[in-house]
Write a protein that binds this ligand. Structure first.
Ligand SMILES: Cc1cc2nc3c(=O)[nH]c(=O)nc-3n(C[C@H](O)[C@H](O)[C@H](O)COP(=O)(O)OP(=O)(O)OC[C@H]3O[C@@H](n4cnc5c(N)ncnc54)[C@H](O)[C@@H]3O)c2cc1C
Length: 203
């Protein structure tokens, strides 16, 4: 990974984003060793993985990471690399189960339009109707669409129409208990946590 000075987005099914910090970050600069930071995802079947990685022991996660790194960087890591390749000296697994949502198809129909039934209330944000995922791009586009609505109102032009609320929202269905990690430890509140720990409950 020494050749890559920056954050990489990959099509790897396990390591979505990674960087060699010893190359791209002055504080970790080292020409002999690599300090890799990797995002391992998806981590649960509900998000698309075939295994509940959040509940898996650190050793299994590290082993799967190295197997994937061998596949991605065969000339630097693994038995095929010159001199046997790189060895792991130290590793840390930080679990952040609520860091991002699963981008599954068919959700846009639940998003509200920027225009609302309240004349001086316009919605901007990644949650509002726009063509991208919940992302920086989505938030920016939604802001632009909201600005358009405000300009149209100010100029007494017709605004974009209000999107009907999806029937499942108005049907008053029984609320579903949220799935996720429960407890009083950091990951239950969306924080990061090292180790899966004896008292950690992973549904
Ligand atoms: C861990 C993580 C990683 C991400 N990585 C990426 C990425 O790599 N690329 C990408 O494009 N997107 C990424 N995203 C998504 C991206 O950050 C969001 O889609 C985007 O920031 C949403 O912008 P927004 O303005 O709609 O909402 P937000 O940025 O969430 O802003 C909403 C603001 O409203 C405030 N607020 C909430 N309630 C109230 C209230 N009652 N009164 C006053 N203020 C309130 C909140 O504090 C917040 O500041 C990531 C998100 C997370 C969580």
């Amino acid at each position: 990974m020494k050749a890559i000075d920056g954050l990489c987005f990959s099509r790897s099914p396990l390591l979505s984003v990674y960087a060699d910090m010893s190359v791209c970050c002055e504080e970790y600069e080292n020409s002999d060793k690599s300090m890799l930071e990797l995002v391992f995802a998806p981590c649960s079947p509900v998000a698309g993985s075939d295994k509940n990685w959040i509940a898996a022991p650190d050793e299994e996660i590290i082993e799967a990471t190295l197997t994937e790194l061998e596949r991605l960087f065969p000339t630097e890591i693994g038995p095929g690399a010159p001199g046997g390749g790189a060895n792991v000296e130290k590793s840390t697994v930080v679990r952040v189960p609520r860091s991002v949502y699963a981008a599954i198809p068919g959700r846009n129909k639940y998003r509200p339009s920027q225009t609302s039934p309240i004349s001086n209330f316009v919605m901007a944000g990644d949650f509002a109707s726009q063509k991208y995922l919940g992302s920086m791009e989505g938030a920016v586009l939604s802001g632009k669409l909201a600005a358009e609505v405000i300009c149209d109102k100010a100029a007494n032009r017709e605004t974009k129409r209000i999107k009907p609320i999806h029937e499942s929202v108005t049907a008053g269905e029984e609320p579903k208990a949220p799935i996720g990690v429960k407890g009083t430890y950091p990951i239950a509140f969306g924080g990061g946590q090292e180790g899966s720990g004896a008292n950690v409950y992973h549904p």
